[in-house]
Design a protein around this ligand. Sequence first.
Ligand code: SF4
Ligand code: SF4
Length: 162
Amino acid sequence: MNEFVCTLCGRCCMGMGRYVKVTGVMGPGRYAVRHDLSNELFYATVDRNFRGRIDPLNRDTPAEWCPFLMDKDENGNYYCSIHDSIPSFCKKYKCCTCRISGSNGNPAGMVKGRSTIVTDDKELEQLWNSAVNSVLDLELNEQKKKIVEIMKDSGYDVRYFE
Ligand code: SF4
Ligand code: SF4
C-alpha cells in the first residue's frame, strides 16, 4: 500500500464553499470555522507563507470554493492556506482509492470507491473493468493484488492507497 499523495489539483476544495463556513474572526489571520460535513468547529490560522495574501471573508474566487483555497500558483497548483490547522475531515480526505499510470509514467486514470474507474481512455476502462470482474470471488486484499498484476501485464502501474 502507498501513502496517498495529493496532486494539488484543487478540485475537491473547489466544491467545499457550501460546507466550510467562517463564523468569527479571532485575530489577524485567525478564524473560527465550522465544517458542516463533519460537524467540526475549529480554529484556522493562515499559514505563514500565505499571511496577508488571503481574506476568507472577502474573496473574488467562486462561491463554491472553500474560502481558504488559494488561487492557482505559477506552477498550476492550488494550495490550502490553512494547511497546518485544517480540520480532520480534510486531513483524512482522499479523492481516490488508487491511481493508474501508463508505461511512460504519465497519469492514466484513477479509481473512486471500490472499483469505479475515472479515465478518458476507453481501452483502459475496458481493461480495468474486465480485471475487476475476473477477481470478484477473491477476498478484497487478494483482489487488489491480482488487479495490480493483471494491469501490470498490460503496462499499467496501479497504486492503491492506505
Ligand atoms: S485530494 Fe485529490 S481532488 Fe483534492 S486537491 Fe488533492 S488530488 Fe485534487
Ligand atoms: S480547509 Fe483547506 S483542505 Fe480543507 S477544503 Fe478548505 S482549502 Fe481544502
